[in-house]
Design a protein around this ligand. Structure first.
Ligand code: 7RM
Length: 630
């Protein structure tokens, strides 16, 4: 790719160019892609409304860039290697030509069911090739995909389907992950009782279990694929037409649908993949994320395929059947770049420091991390035991809203500093601000903002633009606010401290405290609750819930079990509290606001100084909570 940076000097040059002349810089990058119509203007932006448009007037289809474009030269190259959950299950190798044909077929199935450009399609599936194919099939015909992680509950699915008014759901019979089966179709059936917008359900056969099929609504994908052709023209999309919606948690109760658009997302996913991971022609790239999260969208599907790379997709988990599964897969498929989350590294480290010694993994060239800060101990273990001190580590910082990696090292070019995300990618202008929004320069700690748009910046939150403005652009006028605190050292390297809002990061997954509280409060035994994060050795952060229950429910263990089940039912297992403390009251100010600062300190194990508690309505409650802390 002509936009690939090869030396640190080239990086500095590209960076300077991107700041001085963003339009000519991004023109050169975008010219490496296939457009059906060239853009008239590179960028229009205003961070007040906000209103950001990239490659204005351009027309393209991202699947032409992911698939068609590679056929002449790379048709037989493997696009996707699929590794099953169970090691004895055969792997699949899908070439670019096969993937193109399957995407076209699936696109025709969608068309057959009346799906048109702009329609929203919900995907609730395991990590099978059909998921990647369905994502691309939507993009092929201009339908907007909304992938919902398979671990979410029926209720969460209802919220997401309803918010986006989806007309079709693509799912599977079941989901096999680790030693467990989740009946995806049953969850969908449950959800669809409350989703009148859905008129068709397309079901992939994955586990082979029996599932009820509702006549007229439910269809087996296998059968549908037999009656369509493998040819489907790519729908011309305006640069600013939405490509997908992906829901993510924020500081308010309801998850928001982050919207990414075709042109800018394509350019940045392609550009960032090539430069951060530095894959060579024959390399195998493995990102262990689930496609239900942004990392899977950008670095399992779009980024690698835009670059004609080979992307490994894994249906299992790191610890099944045992904690060497990742290393087995790396050896089996000769993985060259491996990209995972610190929580996975910590849990594998805890399973046995020396377990990876049995695997030489000579193919590995580069290691990556994403999703949460990596502690130095885990960084060194990753570097020594997995990379055998030969491989560079890139610590990539970004968000659902940023669409692609913004802060990171580039391959092995950038000097490594354990636990630092490193430098901004070309085109990215991060700044630190103080509480008042004043920019602070040099070595400093502050709130991380970005002062200039990059092509894959969030465009809106689906159906509610005002929410997008308030969430990201109102706090510090004229700037995109990330919600993270960060430190910058004398060399300009960034170290992310963590969220400064009411979002907690559990095993690299974003969970809003208000979302968990709302779920807990639905429990019949609960009067009120407050949720905070606390440091957790493996997960990074754990969920600590303080719960007031009504007088009739005296059995604390029963309340805990019930609260856990309620959260699972309403959100899903990923939001289950790690600790539940029953309390008689919560520390509130006279105006009725819960002082989370105090609860956070207690959850962290702080027993001494809790700061100023003089504004509390009832300071006595703090002593009680402290005494009962877990
Ligand atoms: C890609 C992703 C975003 C939040 C973000 C941070 C945290 C992500 C890093 C990180 C420290 C990193 N999207 N985060 N990457 N913190 N170092 N390398 O995770 O939308 O799900 O989460 O995750 O707090 O704001 S996300």
């Amino acid at each position: 790719m002509s936009y690939r940076i090869r030396t640190i000097e080239e990086y500095h040059e590209a960076y300077a160019h991107s700041v001085k002349e963003p339009a000519t810089f991004w023109t050169a990058v975008a010219d490496a892609f296939t457009w059906q119509r060239r853009w008239d203007e590179v960028l229009q932006w205003d961070f007040t409304t906000p209103d950001v448009k990239w490659f204005v007037g351009g027309s393209l289809n991202i699947t032409e860039n992911c698939l068609d474009r590679h056929l002449a030269t790379h048709g037989d190259k493997t696009a996707i290697i699929w590794e099953a959950n169970d090691a004895d299950h055969p792997s699949k190798y899908i070439s670019y030509r096969e993937l193109h044909a399957q995407v076209c077929r699936m696109a025709n199935v969608l068309k057959k069911h009346g799906v048109k450009k702009g329609d929203r399609i919900c995907l609730y599936m395991p990590m099978v090739p059909e998921l990647a194919i369905s994502v691309l099939a939507c993009a092929r015909i201009g339908a907007i995909h909304s992938v919902v992680f398979g671990g979410f509950s029926a209720r969460s699915l209802v919220d997401r389907i309803t918010d986006a008014i989806c007309s079709v759901v693509i799912t599977s019979d079941g989901i096999r992950r680790g030693g467990k089966n989740i009946s995806a179709k049953t969850v969908v059936d449950e959800a669809l009782k409350d989703c009148p917008s859905v008129r068709a359900v397309l079901v992939a056969k994955c586990t082979g279990e029996e599932v009820p099929m509702q006549a007229g609504r439910d269809h087996w994908i296998e059968e549908e694929l037999k009656v369509v052709v493998a040819d489907c023209p790519a729908e011309p999309m305006d640069s600013e037409d939405p490509l997908f919606i992906l829901y993510t948690s924020g500081s308010t109760g309801k998850p928001k649908g982050v919207v990414h658009t075709c042109g800018g997302y394509m350019v940045y996913a392609g550009y960032s993949f090539a430069n951060v991971f530095q894959c060579d022609e024959e390399d195998v790239f493995w990102c262990t994320a689930d496609i239900g999260w942004i990392t899977g969208h950008s670095y399992i599907i779009y980024g690698p395929l835009l670059n004609g790379a080979t992307s490994l997709m894994f249906a299992g988990i790191p610890t099944y059947p045992d904690a060497t599964r990742f290393w087995q897969v790396i050896e089996k498929h000769k993985v060259n770049q491996f990209y995972t989350a610190p929580t996975a590294i910590r849990s594998l480290m805890a399973a046995g420091h020396d377990l990876p010694d049995r695997f030489a993994m000579p193919s590995l060239k580069l290691l990556g991390t994403v999703g949460e800060p990596i502690n130095e101990e885990a960084w060194h273990w990753y570097h020594e035991k997995i990379g055998k001190k030969r491989c560079a580590i890139v610590d990539t910082w970004w968000q659902t809203e940023t669409g692609g990696i913004l802060l990171s090292g580039l391959g092995d070019m950038t000097p490594m500093k354990p636990a630092h995300a490193g430098l901004p990618l070309p085109g990215v202008q991060p700044i630190l601000v103080d509480q008042q929004g004043n920019e602070i320069t040099g070595e400093a700690e502050g709130y991380l903002c970005i002062k200039f748009p990059w092509p894959s910046i969030i465009r809106t939150t689906y159906g509610d633009h005002e929410r997008c403005r308030i969430n990201y652009f109102a706090q510090y006028p004229g700037r995109y606010f990330t919600g993270d605190g960060a430190r910058r050292d004398k060399d300009g390297f960034f170290r992310i401290i963590g969220r400064v809002d009411d979002v907690i990061n559990v095993s690299g997954h974003r969970i809003g405290t208000a979302e968990v509280e709302n779920a807990i409060n639905e429990d019949a035994a609960v009067v009120e609750s407050a949720v905070v994060g606390y440091p957790h050795d493996i997960k990074g952060q754990g969920i600590y819930a303080f719960v007031i229950c009504d007088g009739e429910h005296a059995d604390e263990n029963a309340v805990r079990a019930s609260v856990t089940a309620t959260v699972e039912r309403i959100i899903g297992k990923i939001a289950r509290p790690d600790k539940i403390q029953i309390v008689s009251g919560l520390p509130k100010t006279r105006s009725g606001k819960i002082m989370r600062r105090i609860l956070r300190k207690i959850a962290e194990g702080e027993t001494g100084n809790l700061g100023d508690t003089s504004t509390l309505l009832d300071p006595g409650v703090v002593e009680e909570i402290k005494a009962g802390a877990q």
